[in-house]
Ligand binder design. Structure first.
Ligand code: PLP
Length: 381
């Protein structure tokens, strides 16, 4: 192909996001620098109120990362040795890593192959006398099927913790991610829809007692100063991150609208290129993300499914188009979890997803021209 038609498309373009808000962010950073108040404090408290309100929750507790948010939420319900937490094998490592770090066991349940989220149909059979919680993940920005999950949890007296790291602002029948379970856990890692200038996270809840416990655990279980009721950790959020995130939160809805517009545009471009068939359990060509019809999908990732992934990747690489496999090895097959005794074949839908999915650029600033270049590369494969 002639050099002039080569295009370089990044998977994510944070510089494009930063340019129009640069002055505003720098002023916020200056405000913190002038205050010399760096850890927790008024900026963090303001962000907690704002993210809680945005997520339709009563309480927000700032954390040092999404991983620490998950850890603190599980510590708040005393997850520990002998306990089991039911979750999906098809997620980022932290989802199961937090369970293991507390000495508990992750009990995996396979995903729905269309949505890639925990399939409620498999949950009840996985419940034992040791089960303490269910941990659904709202993968790629679409919420898990929460009504049946909540009903099962209520029947068995279990806690529900939502891993909403990829789903800030996503909705399930009008209810926002993080507001439905006992806890919601958010990440402000730079590649998330609301990303800081480093690590950050938040726990949300509507329960005042759980909110208070999570808040203590964030700071070594300490209250009052130097009196420790619980063994917590240092899961505190920095004021600099909070100040940056507060500016970015004002733009989140417009960025989300950009992601949704780009998702629609991919669907049209795929159809025009003759690449798509309706979503099917037996994908032949390119299967775009399945919309479960629950409501607002915030497209942290736009993940297609194709049985010809290697050929597609070859074309994308040749044209310098960003892409990523989320995630190439399901959690039940990770080396560090070998002690849990899972085997290949245990969760066929998760294993098939790991073999066939591919994330394409979806960031809000992406143009139609660049998207057309992505689709052309896939068509060439
Ligand atoms: C990013 C992510 C996390 C962890 O968040 P960090 O802020 O990186 O610690 C947890 N779960 C999921 C699904 C994620 O995507």
């Amino acid at each position: 192909m002639p050099e002039s038609t080569l295009r370089s498309v990044p998977l994510l373009d944070l510089k494009a996001q930063y340019a129009p808000i640069r002055e505003e962010i720098r002023a916020a950073i200056d405000r913190v620098a002038d205050s010399q108040y760096f850890i927790l404090g008024p900026e963090v408290e303001a962000l907690e109120r704002e993210v809680a309100a945005y997520s339709q929750c009563r309480f927000g507790i700032g954390m040092s990362s999404g991983t620490d948010a998950l850890t603190a939420a599980m510590m708040a319900i005393d997850v520990g040795p002998g306990d089991e937490v039911i979750t999906t094998p098809y997620s980022f490592f932290a989802t199961a890593g937090c369970i293991a770090r507390l000495g508990a066991q992750a009990v995996f349940v396979d995903i729905d192959p269309l949505t890639f989220n925990l399939d409620p149909a498999g949950i009840e059979a996985a419940i034992t006398g040791q089960t303490k919680a269910i941990l659904p993940v709202h993968l790629y920005g679409q919420m898990a099927d929460m009504d049946p999950i909540i009903a099962i949890a209520a029947r068995h007296n279990l806690i529900v913790i939502e891993d909403a790291a990829q789903a800030i602002g996503a909705e399930y029948h009008g209810r926002r991610a993080g507001s439905i379970g006992h806890f919601g856990c958010f990440s402000f890692f730079p590649s998330k829809n609301l990303g800081g200038f480093g690590d950050g996270g938040m726990v949300t809840t509507n329960d005042p007692a759980l909110a208070e416990k999570a808040k203590w655990l964030r700071n070594h279980g300490m209250n009052p100063k130097y009196y420790h009721k619980y063994i917590g950790g240092n899961f505190r959020l920095d004021a600099l991150q909070a100040a940056v995130l507060r500016i970015k939160l004002k733009y989140l809805d417009s960025w989300t609208a950009g992601r949704q517009r780009n998702a629609d545009r991919y669907r049209r471009l795929f159809a025009e290129a003759g690449l798509t068939q309706p979503a099917t359990r037996n994908p032949q060509s390119v299967v775009p993300p399945f919309d479960a019809g629950f409501g607002r999908h915030v497209y942290n990732q736009f993940v297609i499914r194709t049985s010809r992934r290697d050929a597609v990747i070859t074309q994308l690489k040749a044209r310098q188009i960003g892409h990523e496999i989320y995630y190439p090895l399901p959690l039940h097959l990770q080396e560090c979890f070998a002690g849990w005794g899972y085997r290949p074949g245990d969760f066929p839908h998760s294993e098939a997803a790991a073999a066939e999915t591919l994330a394409l650029p979806i960031y809000p600033e992406l143009t139609e021209e660049l998207q057309a270049a992505v689709v052309a590369a896939i068509a060439a494969a």
